[in-house]
Design a protein around this ligand. Sequence first.
Ligand code: ZN
Length: 420
Amino acid sequence: MPAAVSPERPRSGITRLTGCRLVKGNTLVEEDLWLSSVTGRILRSQEVFYEHQAAPDEVIDLGGRIVSPGFIDVQFNGAFGFDFSQAPQDPVSHRKGLKELNKRLIGTGLTSYLPTITSQKPELYHSALPYLGPSGAARDADEGAESLGAHVEGPFLSPTKNGIHSPEVLQSATSFADLETCYGAHNLPNIKKLTAAPEVGNMTSIIPEVVKHNIIFSIGHTEATYEEASAAVASGAKMITHLFNAMKPLHHRNPGVFGILGHPSTHTPFFGVIADGIHLHPTTVKIAYAAHPEGMILVTDAMSLAGLPDGTYNWTNGESIVKKGSNLTLDGTDKIAGGCATLLDCVNNFLNWSNASIPEAVRAVTITPAKMLGLEGVKGSLEADADADLLVLSEEVDAEGKRLLVDQVWKFGRLVHERS
Ligand code: ZN
């Protein structure tokens, strides 16, 4: 309940959240949280109070609820009818569409994400990537969810592990120049992450150049053996894209890409897991988590049909996709055509499938993706000086299991969404 402090005093832009349990590390800590809507960051409470003698404009008692960092999705193709892989018709309506999407996304608890483009012809990257770079520079809470840079999933993928990516647009690179030609050299600063098959063309030897351009290399849609995947990691690959999906399964004589999680080292890669209950069996998710808990990142792989009613929809490659509940399949087949769960659904699934605590489950969508993105201390954290992107969560338990609900969403220190 907001409690107004003296109306005469000039506003400090500071809010103190009290009566809350903060997700910090692997525990819930009973502690107040001080936020500034001026800097958009989490404050050091003692400094504010004693050094700057600033008092909060508002003290909000959360009645024992959980405060978590805002959720981050690093594999997110679109939602509510907006598709990041679609060519912009005109700049004005495209920007408007993106803006509307970001405002709707924030209500789902997603405070930042990597807009993900599936394999496309070069022209598409050239027209779409200029809109998908990091969008939070203005630190404006009214902008909604924030892009942390684009994720280009393809087109340098294995033609036999294409999933729903059109085989006609897949490419094989001989040098980094092929990547520059494909995406447009001027668009590279907008790209945060690249998914590619290391065994296709000369990709493994190109990885160091990708890393030099501050782009995270993620192994995916691949026929790589354990040895090929290990070589990619040695060359700088930092992540595995949707582990188990679109790659060789674990074989006892060749453990494939999954095998590199069994080789603990400081370079053990992070890995995405689609915990929507459709892409992977719950036990498979538990096995992956047990292999490398600090590396697991829950992702939705959600596409533009997420948030829309059930039905048959036209897909960009000319085929049709059938949406039935959280099931998306290519029309006439049982081929999975992306996901439409929310990240909160994935967290709740993981909570029920595993023995993980709430902080452990939340890590997989907050601090772990932030670390993978090199944004530790900026995103995905409730430590002082981090961006004040956070969620107020309540817990529910019924016959179907336990569930977290997003009650409030705060972006850059301001309350931007409240569950009705
Ligand atoms: Zn994929």
